[in-house]
Design a binder for this molecule. Structure first.
Ligand SMILES: [Zn+2]
Length: 342
């Protein structure tokens, strides 16, 4: 199995986000990627540097307005007198089908759901290469590799077709799913991040060719709050092609496994040609977000039945924040997955 990574992903280094209204250091730091890369290589994954796939893989799942915004907003923001160093929104629309704003401030409010997705001078370059990493991993699997690990950073699963949020800008998981469709028309996405994969759900919500399944801390009292509830099942042609499995805060390994079984049952019933795993490691009991209580061994247990599906698989890195065991948790997942997938 190969790990795909590009050094340009280190360049995005956001300063702050607001937590309960208070500015805090942004936990989505370049050091995460350093540790994850070291761990992937430690368990024997061969490193691949992605090619530049251009904008097409991103444009398959994001709107042209949004791509133009992400690539150009930092420069425009610098021309506003007295503006913050990083692009951070301070006004949001109450609907998304009205006129598209012309100003940088209006567009920031339109395209950034919260304050946890600041855009700095180097952000677009890192975002673009994070997406290239997902596209490259998908290309490897589409060309016959049984599985590949996309070390994408910044993460992506909170990004909708035209909306950033929660440390995410381009939805790398969706990029991988759409790119895989070149070889595998029916794709299942399994999101095991602590947080609901709301952006991925949103992108594929009306589609029957991509099944989206997410296991996450119950959003009734947890980010992303407005999505991730069990009654969100898809819409139009996609009705019945989205499954949310919210679980109580503090859920431990033993209680997690039957929920994973339910997710895999749904995936089996969809009979996909290939799988994308949105791998968040922030469900760990020692993660700073403290939402679930998965152990290091638990990540190996979670990986095993996923690997046993035996599907062509792209594993895309999502959340998981600095703590002593961040690297070990990835090692546990990759080892468990590799042993089961064969
Ligand atoms: Zn997360």
């Amino acid at each position: 199995m190969k790990v795909v990574f590009h050094e340009s992903q280190f360049a995005h280094d956001p300063e702050h986000f607001l937590s309960s209204g208070a500015p805090q250091p942004n936990p989505e730091v370049p050091e995460r990627a350093r540790r994850l890369l070291a761990s992937a290589e430690a368990v024997g994954l061969e490193r691949v540097t992605p090619a530049d796939h251009g904008l097409a893989p991103i444009a398959r799942v994001h709107t042209p307005e949004y791509i133009a915004f992400l690539s150009g907003i930092f420069e425009r923001w610098q021309r506003i007198e007295g503006a913050s160093k990083e692009v951070i929104p301070n006004i949001h629309p109450d609907r998304r089908d009205g006129a598209y704003p012309a100003s940088a401030v209006g567009q920031a409010g339109y395209h950034q759901a919260d304050t946890a997705c600041p855009i700095g001078a180097e952000s677009w370059e890192a975002i673009r290469w994070s997406a290239n990493t997902a596209a490259e991993a998908a290309a490897l699997v589409a060309a016959g590799e049984p599985a590949a690990y996309a070390l994408s950073r910044p993460p992506g699963h909170h990004a909708f077709a035209d909306l950033a949020g929660g440390f995410c800008y381009v939805n790398n998981t969706a990029v991988a799913a759409a790119a895989l469709q070149a070889a595998y028309p029916r794709i299942a996405v399994l999101d095991v991040d602590l947080h609901h994969g709301n952006g991925t759900q949103g992108i594929f919500y009306r589609r029957a060719d991509v099944l989206t399944v997410s296991i996450h801390a119950d959003p009734v009292r947890f980010y992303p709050f407005f999505w991730g509830h069990a009654d969100e099942r898809g819409a139009g042609p996609g009705l019945g092609h989205n499954l949310n499995l919210p679980i109580p805060r503090g859920t431990e390994d033993d209680a997690y496994m039957p929920v994973l079984d339910a997710a895999l049952d749904r995936i089996n019933a969809f009979a996909p040609d290939a799988l994308v795993v949105a791998l968040g490691l922030d469900g760990y009991e020692g993660d700073p977000f403290g939402g679930l209580r998965i152990s290091t061994d638990g990540f190996a247990r979670i990986a095993e039945p996923i690997g046993k599906l035996g599907l062509p698989t792209v594993v895309v890195q999502e959340g998981g924040y600095l703590c002593d065991d961040l690297g070990r948790n990835l090692e546990a997942f990759l080892t468990g997955f590799g042993a089961a997938h064969g």
